[in-house]
Ligand binder design. Structure first.
Ligand code: ATP
Ligand code: MG
Length: 194
C-alpha cells in the first residue's frame, strides 16, 4: 500500500478463489500487530457468535474495570460472561506483583472456561503480553488450546503474538499501523476506543 503519495493504483481482481472443502469444528484466531483493531475485531466475532446463540465468554488480561469499557457493558447486556481479568494498564500499575497475580488468575479462569466446554467462543483479550512476560507459561496456554473440547473457538489478541501461538492458530491477522490518531495527540475516545 502506498500511503505517502497519490492514490492507490487500480488492481486486478482475483482470478482464482480456492474452494473451501472442509468444515472445522472450531478455530483458533489470533489478532496481533501494532495497528488498531485487534480487540475491535475480536468483539466483532463476539457479535456474530451471540447472533448464533453461542455461549460466549471474554477475559481481558490487561485492561481494568476502572476503564469501564463500553464492550464490557454491551457484552453483559447481550448475555456474554465477562470474567474478570487485569488490573489497569500494566505500565500505570503501582504494584507490578499484583498485576502479575491478576494475570495469572485470569489465566486460571480462562483455562477452566476452555476446558469445561461451557462456551462456544472464548475471547482472550491481550493475552499475548502475559505470555511474552512469562507471567503465564506459553506452553501451558498452547497445550490448553490444542487439547480443548472440539467445539470451543478461541480468539486471542495482543501485540507480538508468540511464534508458538502463531504456529498453532488457524487464522492469524497482523494489524499494520499505517497511522493512528494518537500520533497526532488525539486521546483515546469513548465510543471509538473503549
Ligand atoms: P482496539 O481495542 O481499538 O481494537 P487494539 O486492540 O488493536 O485496539 P491495543 O493495544 O489493545 O490495540 O489498544 C489499546 C488502546 O490503544 C486503544 O485505545 C487503541 O485505540 C489504542 N491503540 C491501538 N493501536 C494503537 C497505535 N498504533 N498507536 C496508538 N494507540 C493505539
Ligand atoms: Mg486490544
Amino acid at each position: 500500500m502506498n500511503t505517502s503519495e497519490g492514490a492507490t493504483p487500480p488492481q486486478e481482481p482475483p482470478r482464482q478463489i480456492r474452494k473451501a472443502t472442509t468444515r472445522a469444528e472450531s478455530l483458533i484466531i489470533v489478532n496481533t500487530g501494532d495497528g488498531k483493531g485487534k480487540s475491535t475485531a475480536a468483539f466483532g466475532v463476539v457479535l456474530r457468535a451471540v447472533a448464533r446463540d453461542w455461549n460466549v465468554c471474554v477475559i481481558q488480561f490487561i485492561k481494568s474495570g476502572k476503564w469501564k469499557v463500553g464492550e464490557e457493558k454491551i457484552c453483559r447486556d447481550l448475555g456474554v460472561d465477562w470474567l474478570k481479568g487485569g488490573d489497569g494498564f500494566t505500565w500505570e500499575s503501582t504494584d507490578l506483583d499484583a498485576t502479575e497475580k491478576i494475570a495469572m488468575g485470569s489465566w486460571q479462569l480462562a483455562k477452566a472456561a476452555i476446558e469445561n466446554g461451557e462456551y462456544h467462543l472464548v475471547v482472550l483479550d491481550e493475552i499475548t503480553y502475559p505470555m511474552n512476560w512469562r507471567w503465564i507459561d506459553p506452553s501451558e496456554v498452547i497445550d490448553t488450546f490444542q487439547n480443548r473440547p472440539r467445539h470451543v473457538n478461541i480468539v486471542a489478541t495482543g501485540r507480538g503474538a508468540p511464534l508458538e501461538l502463531i504456529a498453532i492458530a488457524d487464522t492469524v491477522t497482523e494489524m499494520v499501523n499505517v497511522r493512528h490518531a494518537f500520533d497526532n495527540g488525539v486521546k483515546a475516545r469513548r465510543g471509538i476506543d473503549f
